[in-house]
Write a new protein. Structure first.
Length: 367
């Protein structure tokens, strides 16, 4: 079938032409080509901005952690439905009690696997496992350049030392490593040193200051974590460019701006299929429904979503980047928006009008 909106893969200039053609076909037919398995909420770190982390004793209060045989069953059905790329994450996925068994089975099924990990546990048996069954690539979090910063951010001792040892082991095994860093108040002064570290180690790096509220655990006070004064001038320039070159079309459905629209899914540690990590709805039990029926329900849910009613008449709707996951995390519902969320975008539009009037007057007086 032809579809109204172009797939995000057309905007991925770095994507190999063959893979781009595969993703285009998957988009047209709504094939779940890409999936994320969130194996566990367990983690040996306690990062202040984490969106899913539970202590072992807390897990039964929230659900039941899937066992290895259940993950393997889901993977078999996902592969049959068309899944080729898998991301394995957590919590810290290596802390699942049956991680080694799950990993071996997934690798033998032939998936292209990305592992998301803090890298602190990559030694001994795990290193031997990755030597035999290497991931396609590893995305590791780097939150500091020393143990002191890690203690402020992740609330653990010797955090950087352990992470660095894991990264060096991955490099020794010639496994491609990428790094992601969330910049918060507790590590903002260390960013330049983090940048130098990834440069020294020839690691592709993606820093971000985007911190969303958690929808699945009690998070630290977000005001103590988010940057208090991000660079407003850079943000304003980004908004001007969006308004002039890439305005958001309010007539498009919320999920159509996401690269995983009609292509990807997220399965939580307790077996619920959702659109992304920042959604706490819908609850689609994969084991009970089966993978194909769950995917069908997820697509139907995506298509049913609409922007909040007030967004359609708001003058800031062309610049307001409000995906369903962001609205769900920040406003409590993907079809709801709060005045607090809207304030900075409305303020920009007001300031932009004044700026345009000032420019017009400048041109007039120069004549």
């Amino acid at each position: 079938m032809s579809y109204e909106f172009e797939p995000a893969c057309r905007r991925m200039e770095w994507l190999d032409p063959f893979y781009k053609a595969v993703w285009e076909k998957a988009f047209a037919d709504a094939i779940p080509i890409s999936g994320t398995f969130e194996l566990t909420p367990r983690c040996n770190f306690d990062c202040r901005m984490c969106y899913v982390h539970l202590k072992e004793k807390e897990i039964p209060q929230y659900g039941r952690e899937l066992r290895a045989k259940e993950w393997i069953h889901i993977a078999e059905e996902a592969r049959e439905a068309g899944t080729t790329w898998l991301c394995i994450t957590g919590g810290e996925p290596l802390m699942h009690p049956e991680f080694e068994n799950i990993w071996k089975e997934l690798c033998e099924m032939g998936f292209f696997i990305t592992l998301q990990t803090n890298a602190s546990l990559i030694r001994g048996r795990i290193a031997e496992l990755f030597e035999k069954y290497p991931p396609r690539n590893v995305k590791t979090t780097i939150y500091g350049s020393n143990d002191e910063t890690y203690e402020r951010v992740c609330q653990v001792k010797n955090g950087f030392t352990r992470v660095n040892e894991g990264i060096q082991k991955l490099r020794e095994l010639k496994i491609p490593v990428e790094a992601v860093s969330t910049v918060i108040e507790q590590n903002r002064d260390d960013v330049k040193r983090i940048a130098f570290y990834v440069f020294q180690n020839k690691i592709r790096w993606q820093p971000t200051a985007g911190v969303k509220l958690s929808v699945r655990r009690k998070a630290d006070d977000i005001c103590q974590v988010r940057l208090a004064d991000p660079n407003k001038e850079i943000w304003k320039q980004q908004m001007r460019e969006r308004l002039e070159k890439h305005p958001i079309d309010i007539n498009r459905k919320p999920c159509t701006y996401c690269k995983d629209y009609r292509l990807g899914y997220w399965i939580t540690w307790d077996g619920q299929m959702r659109f992304c990590s920042f959604m706490d709805r819908p609850d689609i039990p994969v084991l009970e429904n089966g993978f194909k029926d769950s995917w069908k329900q997820l697509i139907e849910y995506e298509e049913s979503l609409k922007w909040p009613g007030e967004c359609y008449t708001c003058e800031a709707n062309k610049i307001c980047l409000k995906c369903a996951g962001t609205l769900n995390a920040e406003c409590g519902c993907p079809e709801k928006v709060t005045e607090e969320f809207c304030r900075k975008y409305k303020k920009f539009m007001e300031d932009n009008r004044r700026y345009n009037r000032w420019q017009a007057m400048e041109k007039y007086t120069q004549k």
